[in-house]
Write a protein of this length. Structure first.
Length: 359
């Protein structure tokens, strides 16, 4: 029997884009600001013995989030809640353990918008204005409803507010399991205040914490990032992916049938390399803090070839980048990778799953 040509299997289609910024002159990249629901953060630090304490601090301090089961969506219209947590600070609320291609889902983003992703029957019974999902527009089986909770006229007694409140309270009977995090506008106000509010309104609130995985690899050959800055330079990102999943990068047995992977050229040898991965629920503010910490670290150690930051979104989030709907036919990937170089350049690769059905 002949060996199957497994190397000819085409990967699932993805859309990738790349751009370069000078992080010494520019502020936080748009890709960070416009990606709200972040599930994991991975950092790779070549030739590093001690991980900067600033990195640990920004991703381990004040990063608790909360799980609330059976949330009534209408409670998010409580004017006290809107004034305290939606209009002040930044709130992030997301349905979990729901499949966006099969079930209803909700989220609240830091800009103060409540987004409902609803199946056709639930949408038609709700009686609120929405738009067909861009991924189901042909068949009209899913609809998206957006409600601006920060609108000045969206207050009790106003016609629009009362119409939305009645629709959500009386017609949308489904309750949702959600996770929520709130970044306070002032240091003197504790982020856990939002948990206290839900507790006072008879919800069971469960504290959740980020999980950290840390490993150190010794005597490793790593690629140096070439000055191409285009999508043809995929070897570096492929190596980074293999390393991140703890793949076998050994080159001692290059004739091994199972693994013949070799480090891309040009490469250098480093004594050790650190890999850190935090998993949980991260706000964009925490990603911005990690971005700044890595920027300062590589500028302080200009002998490093690069350091990397990878951020993965939730596969079943209703939205991904720039409030666009998340894809779901293949894998719901919405992620980005930032490569910091000691020259002051940051290479940003954004990845999205293409919404093509598997044939």
């Amino acid at each position: 029997m002949f060996c199957p040509e497994t190397w000819n299997f085409k990967p699932q289609p993805h859309h990738s884009s790349m751009n370069v910024v000078d992080f010494r002159k520019t502020s936080i990249p748009t890709v960070v600001k416009n990606h709200y629901f972040n599930h994991s953060i991975s950092i790779v630090l070549p030739d590093t013995v001690t991980v900067p304490q600033s990195l640990y601090n920004c991703l381990s301090e004040d990063t608790d989030y909360y799980r609330i089961n059976e949330l009534c969506v209408s409670d998010l219209l409580n004017i006290e809640f809107i004034e305290a947590f939606v209009k002040k600070g930044e709130i992030n609320l997301l349905t979990i353990e729901n499949k966006i291609d099969l079930q209803n889902s909700i989220c609240v983003i830091p800009t103060g918008c409540l987004i409902l992703s609803l199946l056709k029957d639930d949408y038609e019974g709700l009686g609120l204005e929405g738009k067909p999902s861009v991924f189901r527009r042909k068949f009209h089986t899913r609809y998206i409803v957006r409600i601006d909770l920060t609108n000045e006229s969206f207050v009790p007694g106003k016609k629009n507010y009362e119409r939305v409140r009645i629709a959500l309270k009386e017609r949308l009977k489904q309750k949702f399991d959600v996770i929520v995090s709130w970044d306070s506008p002032e240091t003197k106000v504790c982020p856990s205040s939002i948990a206290a509010w839900f507790h006072e309104h008879n919800y069971t609130v469960r504290l959740c914490q980020q999980k950290l995985s840390h490993r150190t690899e010794y005597s490793v050959s790593i690629p140096t990032y070439e000055d191409k800055y285009d999508m043809n330079d995929i070897n570096f990102f492929e190596w980074l992916g293999v390393f991140s999943i703890d793949g076998d990068l050994s080159t001692k047995e290059e004739n091994d049938y199972v693994n013949t992977y070799q480090c891309p050229s040009p490469s250098i040898h480093v004594g050790q390399i650190q890999y850190l991965q935090w998993t949980g629920f991260f706000t964009r503010q925490k990603i911005q803090e990690a971005y700044n910490a890595l920027k300062q670290y590589i500028l302080s150690r200009n002998i490093l070839p690069w350091v990397s930051l990878n951020v993965q979104g939730f596969a079943d989030s209703p939205i991904s980048f720039d409030l666009k709907e998340n894809t779901f036919f293949i894998d719901g990937d919405n992620s980005y990778t930032i490569i910091f170089r000691s020259t002051g350049e940051a290479v940003i690769q954004k990845n999205l799953s293409i919404n093509n059905k598997v044939r």
